[in-house]
Design a protein. Sequence first.
Length: 187
Amino acid sequence: MSLTTIAELKAVLGVGSLYSDATLQEVCDASDAVLLPMLWVKSEFAIAHSKTTTTATLYFETAHDFIVGDSVVITNCGSAWNGTKTITAVSELSITYTISAASATEKNTITPYGTVTGDTTTDWTVDTAIQEASLMLSIDIFQARAVPSSGGVAIDGSASPWRMSNSLLAKIRGLISHATDPRSMVG
């Protein structure tokens, strides 16, 4: 479920039934794709993996917070490693879980990195500041799509993509500051 609903977006934009729900859902999903990675969650990036015929291991570059018994969702690590798994062993830089595999593989890198996400303990849909940030993003994304020249005009008279620039995140940074993951603030 998106942080901003179709009904909320329709009401704020005043578009009624002018745009299909599918189009507005794409806008809401795009807002989530921008906002959610910036929020604090129990998540790490897997840099390598290996497997035996009964276990799979994912390796991390930095220490993680996962513990034995955690249920994690693994993505972008390859079909033998992906899915919802229960951790059976941990070390400072790796986690291991049970699998059923036809063959073993040595440790090899994952490019781009895989993602391991633990149990979610925060419901961002009840945080009003996060909700407002999501709505602001959704409105800007919709406006950039519906009225592309509303971002400004460059010196040569062409439409400027300013509305969708890095200022997009600057507009909401204060609203999400209490929930921002420090790992998302690089650069």
